[in-house]
Write a protein that binds this ligand. Structure first.
Ligand code: PGA
Length: 251
């Protein structure tokens, strides 16, 4: 049975103490019980990782929002995958659309990041998704197919088993406009079929594919009810412990 995951991408929000308070609140609420087979992951800013690791119980995962595409050296301001792992984080988000857009991250660079993250022992949460223009032109499947194919180039089946996929239509991120349950299911199915071609049906069937984009307590239930939607990557709604846990409880 594949794992269900609800991951909170805090983006560039919360000062250190606010982040610690939020992690404490999530821990407390999660301690009251979660649906079976659901894992929570928190992705705070880099500066909070080591401190929040001290707060979280073993059953709540910790993720960075990015890592460098180089191992070490003269790359001022960068944080390597191994550094992320050294904080105790187990996951790293790679290829979020905001980084693809604002930081001009290319498929080739994301492929390097994925490989470095895997060799540091991290589980990458690899994001893909089309923008509004691409959806309106009807080329959304092709765009996502290419992101997956190029992003995962030369990653073996054994390595891939550590990767979580997040489908995040860019037009739904932070806009309040969610993909319909059918749009989400169709794309998740499409991604799983593509993974089948790359890694076989067993591995594709075991892959957790998250939906992201304006997911909140009122729409999570209908999104997660789809057979290929295995949870969510949550932005805005992950900044409130009540909302984040309500989403996790809507399976
Ligand atoms: P949102 O962000 O939930 O605020 O739309 C999702 C994401 O960017 O991961």
């Amino acid at each position: 049975m594949r794992r269900k995951i609800v991951a909170g991408n805090w983006k560039m929000n919360t000062l250190l103490q606010d982040g610690k308070d939020l992690a404490e609140a999530v821990k407390k609420k999660a301690g009251q019980g979660l649906p079976e087979n659901v894992t929570l992951i928190l992705a705070p800013p880099f500066t909070h990782l080591a401190g929040i690791k001290q707060i979280l119980p073993d059953n709540i995962g910790l993720a960075a929002q990015n890592c460098a595409s180089e191992n070490s050296g003269a790359f001022t301001g960068e944080v390597s995958a191994a550094m992320v792992a050294s904080t105790g984080a187990e996951y790293v988000i790679i290829g979020h659309s905001e980084r693809r857009l604002y930081n001009k991250e290319t498929d080739a660079e994301l492929n390097k990041k994925l490989k470095l993250a895997l060799s540091a022992g991290l589980s990458p949460i690899f994001c893909c998704g089309e923008n509004l223009h691409e959806r309106e032109k009807g080329i959304h499947s092709e765009v996502v197919r290419k992101q997956i194919e190029l992003g995962l180039a030369d990653i073996s089946e054994e390595e891939f088993k550590n990767i979580i996929i997040a489908y995040e239509p860019v037009w739904a991120i932070g806009t309040g406009q969610t993909a319909t349950p059918d749009q989400a299911q169709d794309m998740h199915r499409f991604i799983r079929i593509q993974l089948e071609g790359m890694y076989g049906s067993k591995t594709a069937g075991d892959t957790t594919i998250l939906y992201g984009g304006s997911c909140n307590p009122s729409n999570a239930g209908v999104l997660f009810a789809n057979s290929d939607v295995d949870g969510g990557l949550i932005g805005g709604a992950s900044l409130k412990a009540d909302d984040f846990l309500a989403i996790a409880n809507s399976f």
